[in-house]
Every structure is written in C-alpha cells, then in structure tokens.
Design a protein around this ligand. Structure first.
Ligand code: UTP
Length: 478
C-alpha cells in the first residue's frame, strides 16, 4: 500500500517524498511511528534553516561595541566587599538560605546530550567519575540535592532533562538506585525534543533506517520548549514547579561534577539584584581560553563564543592590567521561573545554530552509507541565547578550581578527560578537609560524598563532630 495521500501532500511541496519510499514494506506499527516523526517536523522552518535563513548576529561587530558585564568579582567576594552589585557576601548568603528554607528553589539538570566526544556507551550521566567510589555523575548531582534538602528542611526538586536516546536508560538507572535518596516527588524526569538532520546539498531529511528519520536532540536550548511540551501523566515540568512553589531554578549540565548546586551565596546575589538570570563565571587566564565570553552588548547580556570573539578584543586590558573581558561561561545559571514562563510563551524564543557533521544515512537503494566527509546539517538551540532576553542579568565570579571540571573528552585528550575531572575532585575535597583541620597524607586519594559533606562548610561541620583519620584511599559517605 502506498503512503496515505495526506502524508504525501505534506511532503511533496518540500521535496521530501523520499521519506515514505519504503512505506509499503513497513509493519503497521512502524508506519505509525514514521508518520509521527514526519508530522512533528516543520518543513518550512527546516527549508529556511537549510537555505541559511538563520538570524546570525555579526558577532565580531557586537564584540567591538561590547562592555564587561555587571558582576560580582571573586576578589570582592573574598574580601567581603559589595563589589559591582553593592551586596555583601553575608547578605547574599542569608537571602539564598531563606529561599532554600522556604522551598522556593529547584534544580534544572540537563543530560540529554549524545556525549560523542567521550565515546562512552551509556548516557554520560552514568559515567563512573568518583575517584575512589566510582560514583556516577548522576549520583553526585542527586546526592547534592538530597544533602541540600536535609540542610534546609525542605525538598529541592530536581528537573532532569533527558533525550529520546537517553531517556529509558537513565530512568531505569535512577529507579534501580532508588533515585539516590531523592523523594519521589523531588525528581521530575522530562524528555527533550529532536530535530532532523538534512543532507547538506539538497536539504532532504536523512533517514537512518527504512522507517526511521535521522533525529538528534535539539540542543540544551531545547530545555525551554520541553519544560511544557513533555507531559508525565498530563503534567509538565513547569506545572510541577508551579505546584511546588519553585520560583528559582539552579541550572547545570550533567558533565560537571564540581557545580556547587544550590549555593546560597550565588542564589542570594540573584535575589538581591532582582535578576531574572544570574550566571556563574570563571576568570579567563588568557585571552585565547576556549570559554564563551559574558559581555554586555547594547545593554543585553550575551555569551559570545571564543571562536566568534576577535583576538584583539579578547586581549584588551582593564585599568588594573587584567583582561577587560575576563568572564568565561561555565554553563551554570539561576533562572527565574517567571522568566522561563515568559520565554515559553514566545514561540521559538531561541534561534537555531547550524552544525556541519558526518551523519550515516540510507541511500536511494536503502544501503547505509557512512560518510568520510561532512554531509549533513544538524540544528541545535543553545541555552545561553536566553541571556539577552532577561531583565537585570548579573554575573558572579567563582574560582575555577571550585566549580568547573566538565567531562567532555576520552582519556588522552589534553583537558576535560576522566583523569582531569577526578584530579579536580580530589584536589577540591582535599582542600576542604585540610581547611577543617583533617590531615590527609600526600598521594592518598580521598573522596567525599555530598551526603557526608556538601561543601567546605559541611565538611568543617562534620569534622568538628567526630575526628576523621585518613590512612589509605578513603570514601567518606553517609
Ligand atoms: P555538550 O554540547 O558538551 O554535548 O553538552 P555532549 O552531549 O555532552 O557531548 P558531545 O558534544 O556530543 O561530545 C553540554 C551539556 O548539555 C547537555 C549535555 O547532556 C551536557 O550536559 N545537552 C546537550 C542536552 O541536554 N541536550 C542536547 O541536545 C545537547
């Protein structure tokens, strides 16, 4: 039986009839699945994206008129000054704690990526990164939420974003591990959407099988649409937040186990500045550091990627001789929930970015072709494109050694490998123990579960309760 006329009529105008080439070979369930995939595509939008009709700002020109962002610098935090915001650290900490005590804070953890550079066969969140314990990235993040809830006497709901390729496996893993101690209503897993890949030359959607389009997750910017579009028993993540009274969301990406989830001081600056979006930054150590740059352009906060930032602008010095554009993005933010709701109401609030990639595809005879050159265009939304839309955005600087070690690459790469991340974890936790007066012999690895000590203050409290003796490799837990 040929494809239904309604489907053909949908495909013909955009020259996509090849998608139903093998329709009559498919079982009814596979036909329905393929129909669903096709009906979800906006072919007009796809055609425009293929033809390059994407609103791409002139980043070089933007960088030349940019100003440094409104920020709380690390030196001001450490010396207790009010810095660029006029808010002192103790005031910020008190404000952040009050929001946590009142249950107004949630966590938005995105884990829908494909982790292609790492080359791990499971979703990246299931990577065993704990240097002594082999705890996975997901375990470390969720235990932080459990520890926060205990500290503040109020649940801190975690909104975990997966993608169709990672969803089932992550759900099964979390269930098998009793959500690492999170209460059932404190974990809401939702799945992001996908975008088809198209043939670079023709704009035709690629197929990965006879009844299957080549679909990839639509980028971490897909979070915004997914907050409302994905429903579990009729309830979306955004509905869950409303029911729980969550007003502020601490956003992080699953690959960075150093993130100080729910850090009261960071939340506090966000609240004190009445900001809709607060971003965590680390100071770039050199102009050529491969971090996105936080800058103000025409009074809007933006991230300009390092590849789009002119070298001479990156090298500009400030009055003290430091880098004028110092603020490197580490993809940690606090969003106001009301702001996200406003973004949801704007259809297509975020633009698509185009990437040229190699994508295996079925040729006309139905054979799978593995290309050696880039053959496909993929389309992704980026979360940081939200920044310019936020009112009163601010940036807060943290020390890189305290907050940033993302797992991106397989062993052997110069940076961001499993060994690199483990070393950061060990160094950080050793410094917390030493600051609490605990002796840690050189070269002895010690790992701390967030359930034992969430942060430097938590470790100090614990060490004051009972002596801690470290002789060999140790995992402090429970
Ligand atoms: P990256 O862009 O580094 O992608 O995502 P990745 O999947 O981790 O790795 P590569 O590029 O394929 O090697 C940064 C964060 O954003 C999430 C990832 O899970 C990671 O936490 N992400 C990315 C999503 O949730 N969805 C996406 O579509 C893309």
């Amino acid at each position: 039986m040929p494809a239904p006329a309604s489907l053909a009529a949908r495909l013909a105008p955009s020259d996509q009839l090849h998608l139903v080439r093998w329709w009559d070979e498919l079982a009814p369930a596979a036909q329905e699945r393929l129909r669903g995939q096709i009906e979800a595509i906006d072919f007009e939008q796809l055609g425009a994206l293929h033809q390059g009709q994407v609103d791409q700002p002139d980043w070089h020109a933007a960088a030349r008129r940019a100003q440094p962002p409104v920020a709380m610098r690390l030196a001001d935090r450490l010396t207790g000054g009010g810095g660029g915001l006029g808010v002192k650290p103790p005031e910020a900490i008190a404000a952040g704690k009050a929001a946590l005590d009142a249950g107004r804070v949630g966590v938005l953890l995105v884990a829908g990526g494909q982790g292609s550079r790492l080359g791990f066969e499971k979703p990246k969140g299931m990577y065993p990164i704990g240097p002594v314990s082999d705890a996975t990235l997901l375990q470390i993040h969720l235990e932080k939420a459990v520890a926060l809830a205990k500290r503040h006497g109020k649940g801190v709901p975690v909104y975990l974003m997966t993608s169709p390729i990672t969803h089932e496996e992550q759900i099964a893993f979390l269930e098998a591990n009793d959500r690492f101690g999170l209460a059932e209503d404190d974990l809401f897993v939702f799945c992001q959407g996908t975008m088809p890949a198209v043939d670079e030359a023709t704009g035709r959607v690629l197929m990965s099988d006879r009844g299957e389009l080549f679909l990839s997750p639509d980028g971490h910017g897909g979070t915004i649409a997914a907050l409302a579009a994905y429903k579990k028993a009729g309830v979306g993540a955004i509905d869950h937040m409303r029911r729980r009274g969550v007003e502020h969301l601490f956003y992080l990406q699953v690959d960075n186990p150093l993130v100080p989830i729910g850090d009261a001081e960071f939340l506090g600056y966000h609240l004190a500045a009445d900001s809709e979006l607060t971003s965590m930054a680390v100071a770039k150590s050199a102009p050529e550091d491969k971090l996105g740059n936080f800058v103000m352009v025409d009074n809007e906060l933006c991230v300009i990627e390092y590849s789009d930032f002119p070298d001479d602008v990156a090298a500009q010095a400030d009055a003290e001789g430091g880098l004028r554009f110092w603020a490197g993005s580490i993809a940690v933010h606090v969003f106001g929930v009301a702001f996200l709701e406003r973004m949801l109401a704007l259809k297509d609030a975020l633009p698509f970015h185009v990437a040229h990639k190699k994508a295996p595809y079925l040729d006309e005879s139905g054979q799978l072709v593995t290309p050696t050159e880039n053959n496909a265009l993929k389309f992704e939304r980026f979360i940081f494109d939200l920044l310019p839309k936020a009112k009163r955005p601010i940036v807060v600087e943290y020390a890189e050694s305290e907050v940033f070690a993302p797992l991106k690459n397989a062993s052997g790469a110069p940076k961001d490998t499993p060994e690199y991340v483990r070393q950061f974890l060990l160094d950080q936790q050793r410094s917390w123990l030493q600051a609490a007066g605990v002796a840690v012999p050189a070269d002895v690895p010690v790992e701390i579960s967030p359930l034992w000590g969430l942060d430097a203050a938590g470790v100090a409290e614990r060490a004051a309760q009972a002596p801690v003796a470290i002789e060999g490799p140790t995992y402090l837990r429970g």
